[in-house]
Design a protein around this ligand. Structure first.
Ligand code: PMP
Length: 427
């Protein structure tokens, strides 16, 4: 396949008219496909349908420590759920709070508490300070950026590398600017690139000097057990252990949920941090709630039992997801490789594939797709303020459509990438 930048103007013009004809044919198909959000498909939920049978009208609703799960109490979670989420997050049960159904909600709460009250012992509420900034590895998760944006926190882009955020940049900025109060991280199978932070990145994150004494690492380990190839899992160094070794376990707040393990919107979510932070957070949380849904906690623990139970379920889930990722990657390879107009990362897990097109083309590609009936995540969504400075990144979410739908949608996506690139090269 020839590199498009080497084609003559005439060759590009003739290619353009071929691509346009194909595109017009696609439009006639009246496609109606949505690849915009990383939602699980129904067959993933079907895998855990017996979870709903674990608690019924004849079940005991008494948890391990003798408490009745129908009643108030145990705001931080039933012991067996704290243990299960603790295992997923790689921490001790006493370092865990099991929340409601959404880890994003807990992340919002953490930023909100830091803003209004302060979380780390001795920290001033951020609202009392002139300026608050946050480091945002890019491309990243749009909903993280929306949280910090909504509090008026200035977001600073830090480029992702194949081993995680550019740590030279992170260390330099965190060390020199007291108003930088934290960083967003999706350390395993990152959203959207599927990159897992290297051991060195995790160690540097735990050890780096920060000008702000109340710096927090928002460690959103949403995809910690979401391996596509169970025999070849990425491994992530335990950030809590590294922070303990570095003498500052309060620096990190870990988040996790079963939204993409059991049910999105009806799973369990938790956070973990040093016992000191957990005590501070409990004081803040107790004003908001008397407790979360402990019956759902029971259901989950009775179904999955332990970490091994989670992993073996995720292996079954991977069987459903592998063909979907493969459909997208095969189409990229077939339609885009060697043309010099796109690049992508082949993820070993997570929920997304990140596609970089020629600079200045992402918005055009997404709008061409939309016009032909395929909705993609808006271009720019993977950057703070929705602004991709190079207008280059597109997040592909392959989990929800069927393989057949994906094949159609990705064929169109590839065509739109080519069309936008040729338009660009023609000027
Ligand atoms: N974090 C990341 C990185 C995600 O991709 C998602 C879902 N797209 C979430 C958090 C949301 O998790 P939850 O359902 O637990 O709020």
């Amino acid at each position: 396949m020839s590199n498009y930048s080497e084609l003559s103007r005439e060759e590009l013009q003739s290619l353009h008219s071929d691509l346009l004809t194909k595109y017009e044919d696609y439009k006639k198909k009246n496609l109606k496909l949505d690849m915009s959000r990383g939602k699980p498909a129904a067959d993933q939920f079907d895998l855990v349908k017996e979870l709903l049978d674990t608690v019924n009208s004849s079940s005991s609703l008494i948890c391990e420590n003798g408490m009745d799960c129908r009643n108030y109490g145990l705001m931080d979670g039933i012991p067996e759920a704290k243990r299960l989420l603790g295992e997923i997050m790689g921490v001790q049960p006493q370092e865990v709070i099991v929340g409601g159904n959404s880890s994003l909600n807990l992340m919002y709460d953490v930023i909100s508490w830091a803003y209004t009250h302060g979380i780390r012992t001795g920290a001033l509420p951020w609202c009392k300070l002139e300026k608050i900034k946050f480091l945002c590895p890019v491309p990243g998760y749009d909903r993280h950026f929306k949280i910090t944006e909504s509090f008026g926190i200035e977001m600073i882009n830090v480029e992702m590398t194949s081993s995680g955020p550019d740590m030279d940049m992170v260390e330099k900025l965190a060390a020199q600017d007291e108003s930088i109060k934290g960083i967003w991280c999706v350390p395993k199978y990152s959203n959207p690139q599927g990159i897992t932070y290297s051991d060195e990145t995790v160690r540097r994150m735990a050890r780096m000097k920060t000008a702000a004494k109340d710096f927090i690492i928002m460690w959103d380990n949403a995809y910690s057990v979401h391996d596509l190839y169970p025999e070849d899992r990425d491994s992530l160094l335990n950030i809590m252990e590294e922070c303990k070794k570095a003498g500052d376990p309060s620096r990190v707040i870990i988040f996790s949920s079963t939204s993409k393990i059991s049910y999105s919107g009806a799973g369990l979510a938790g956070l973990a941090s040093s016992e000191e932070n957990i005590a501070n957070i409990k004081k803040l949380m107790t004003v908001q709630t008397i407790g979360f849904d402990k019956i759902n906690q029971l259901r989950h623990v009775r179904y999955f039992k332990n970490y091994e139970g989670i992993l073996s379920h995720m292996d079954r889930q991977a069987q459903l997801l592998r063909p979907k990722f493969k459909a997208v990657l095969t189409a990229f390879e077939k339609g885009l490789a060697g043309k010099g107009i796109a690049s992508w990362v082949c993820p070993k897990g997570g929920y997304f594939i990140s596609l970089d097109v020629l600079p200045g083309c992402a918005q055009r590609v997404v709008s061409l797709c939309k016009e032909a009936g395929v909705v993609m995540t808006p271009a720019g969504a993977t950057y703070p303020y929705g602004k991709d400075p190079k207008d280059q990144n597109i997040r592909v979410a392959p989990t929800y459509p069927t393989v057949a739908e994906l094949e159609q949608a990705v064929e169109l996506l590839v065509l739109c990438v080519e069309l936008a690139a040729v338009e660009k090269l023609l000027g």
